[in-house]
Design a protein around this ligand. Structure first.
Ligand SMILES: Nc1ncnc2c1ncn2[C@@H]1O[C@H](COP(=O)(O)OP(=O)(O)OP(=O)(O)O)[C@@H](O)[C@H]1O
Ligand SMILES: [Mg+2]
Length: 322
């Protein structure tokens, strides 16, 4: 599978256009993370349920284009219509692949059913999908992303108003989360200024150095300042506006619940990244029991510790808008 070339770098839609009379999603939230199996789908599904229970109209979108399974986390069978039908132009409107769920006000766009082609939609298809997602007439569009840092994953992450990064309270997972955030940041730079020499900088910056994670975004800005003050200022502005939100999943100990705030302040200090913290969700057998029973966590085990964690995160998400 090939990635889009530099020339195909995606043009991000402008966030919010108050004067526009067209319907548009009030808030697009993406749930990503550096790795597979860390709970992105579990959290997306149950946050969707929690937000809809609070009265919001929500669309959950399974964007794990190679391994869609969000419907299982919701406890619904694989829908007959999927994102593939929209990507392959079998249907014209995204609304036609929305399927209802047992939860009031919550609909699902099920993931592409036939893996390979859909796993790497063409650039124009991806742009069209992103435009249409933003135009859904709902309160929240929640995007459940696939694992890794492929351009397709990053582009969907960057299109969101709120970009969530899920991590486990383990050093390897924290490193992966940082890689994901950094890759997303550089992708944003490319998207904003494809004509500049960012591609080269990005390439260099992403190379690991002395076994470390490579340069920080601020180091790239500092280097650019020595050559082009104006461009560096623009970069700095982008960096200031880049604000990922962390959820720590599978917390087991008291210390695990402190990992999020600790990581946020460490990354601010060392990398200059503004990182928000949305809360932690307990490691809980209720999660896999719910998955095995093909039911959602909030539905099957509403009083479990993990369900309480999800509800806290949902409240924090709602509070972001106040
Ligand atoms: N809080 C938790 N407590 C216990 N088990 C959990 C928890 N969160 C996730 N899991 C387990 O991890 C599995 C993977 O979760 P999930 O499918 O949500 O991950 P993912 O990040 O979406 O993975 P992928 O990248 O492969 O789509 C779940 O089936 C569940 O068994
Ligand atoms: Mg998943």
């Amino acid at each position: 599978m090939s990635e889009p070339s530099e020339a195909e770098v995606i043009q991000l839609p402008r966030p919010k256009a108050p004067s526009s009379r067209k319907a548009r999603a009030r808030r697009v939230i993406a749930v990503g993370g550096g790795k597979g199996g860390i709970g992105k789908s579990l959290l997306s599904a149950n946050l969707g349920i929690a937000l809809s229970r609070r009265g919001a109209k929500v669309v959950l979108v399974d964007l794990d284009l190679g391994g869609a399974n969000l419907h299982t986390c919701l406890g619904v069978p694989q829908p007959k219509v999927t994102l593939s039908d929209f990507i392959d132009r079998k249907v014209q409107h995204l609304e036609e692949v929305l399927v209802p769920t047992p939860f009031e006000r919550l609909s699902l766009v099920s993931g592409a059913s036939d893996g390979l082609d859909a796993a790497n939609p063409r650039h124009s298809q991806k742009n069209k999908l992103i435009r249409n997602l933003r135009m859904l007439d709902v309160d929240y569009v929640l995007l459940d992303l696939g694992a890794g840092t492929a351009f397709n994953v990053l582009d969907f992450y960057l299109v969101a108003d709120t970009g969530i990064v899920v991590m486990l309270p383990e050093p390897t997972s924290i490193e992966n989360a940082y890689r994901f955030i950094k890759a997303a940041f550089f992708r944003r730079l490319q998207a904003l200024a494809p004509e500049d020499d960012f591609a080269q900088l990005v390439g260099q910056a992403l190379l690991p150095r002395d076994g470390q994670l490579g340069r920080t975004p601020w180091e790239v800005v500092a280097e650019l300042r020595t050559r082009d003050v104006e461009k560096a200022a623009r970069l700095e502005q982008v960096l200031g506006g880049f604000h990922p939100w962390v959820i720590v999943n599978q917390a087991r100990t008291r210390a695990d619940f402190d990992v999020g705030p600790t990581v946020a302040s460490a990354w601010k200090k060392f990398f200059g990244l503004e990182l928000g913290y949305l809360g932690a969700v307990n490691h809980d057998d209720a999660v896999w029991q719910a998955v095995r029973a093909r039911r959602s966590l909030l539905d099957a085990f509403p009083d479990s510790a993990a369900a309480s964690g999800v509800l806290r995160v949902a409240e924090n998400l709602i509070a972001l808008e106040r």
